[in-house]
Design a protein around this ligand. Structure first.
Ligand SMILES: [Zn+2]
Length: 255
């Protein structure tokens, strides 16, 4: 979903720490190390899986629970690959990613720093959703092949529903990340484009305020019939993240 800077000094940490940082660190557990990057899951992510399992169990018994949890795991695999997209793009500019954490609201790749050049930030931001575009195209090809060789009525049995749902999820991930809600990916693209025309602090200020207005919109939308508690969490994440990025940009600008 988005990238974050890793803390580089205790002083900096004290100055810009926000509650979610402590939240990440205290309750995240490493489950794997891939290409030198720790893959962590947050305890709330496990609770989400358990909750989904219980909901699907009530709806369809053990088979339903396995299917539901399996789909959720595949969904988060797509989220994880998205975060690796950011991490590998950053690596191309010599920037390390110590870890990627999976949270119920998505993934967070913690980059050592953000690239200074706007065009590099733009590429790092776009690399995540680009992975979901590739996955979506692969799923379209697989689904097309299935339809051409099998009877369409057999598609459900052949896992057609699962693949169709995964396709929808990847399209949604791309669409959601295109919203310029800084510090989400679309917001980073906005900041990078602005920073090509003006100084870094002003670009960050505009992007952060746009992000916070959108976050208020997400929060309001979360209370409508189409909303969910997850959207409210994302709103809080975006709002505080934008404030934190702005504080960092001010620190960097020396004011
Ligand atoms: Zn992302």
């Amino acid at each position: 979903m988005c990238v974050r800077r890793a803390r580089r000094s205790r002083k900096h940490y004290r100055q810009t720490a926000r509650p979610e940082n402590l939240f990440f660190m205290r309750w995240s557990y490493r489950i794997a190390r891939v290409a030198g990057i720790d893959v962590k899951i947050h305890i709330t992510f496990l609770l989400l899986l358990a909750w989904f399992g219980a909901v699907y169990w009530r709806g369809g018994g053990a088979a339903g629970a396995i299917q539901g949890v399996g789909f959720t795991l595949l969904l988060f695999l797509c989220v994880l690959l998205h975060e690796f997209g950011h991490a590998f793009a950053a690596r191309a500019y010599g920037i390390r990613t110590p870890d990627i954490t999976l949270l119920p609201i998505g993934g967070v790749a913690r980059l050592e720093r953000m690239p200074d050049k706007p065009v590099q930030e733009l590429i790092v931001a776009v690399a995540g959703p680009a992975v979901n575009v590739v996955i979506a195209f692969l799923l379209v090809f697989v689904l097309a092949a299935k339809i051409s060789v099998e009877n369409i009525a057999d598609l459900d049995l052949a896992g057609g529903n699962l693949l169709t749902n995964l396709l929808a999820v990847n399209v949604m991930l791309v669409a959601f990340n295109a919203i310029p809600a800084f510090p989400m990916d679309g917001g980073r693209v906005l900041r990078a484009l602005l920073a090509m025309k003006m100084n870094h602090l002003l670009a960050t200020t505009i992007a952060a305020r746009v992000g916070q207005v959108l976050a208020v919109g997400f929060a309001l939308a979360s209370f409508t019939d189409y909303g969910s508690p997850m959207l409210l969490l994302i709103a809080l994440f975006v709002f505080s993240g934008a404030q934190q990025e702005l504080a960092y940009a001010r620190l960097r600008a020396g004011g």
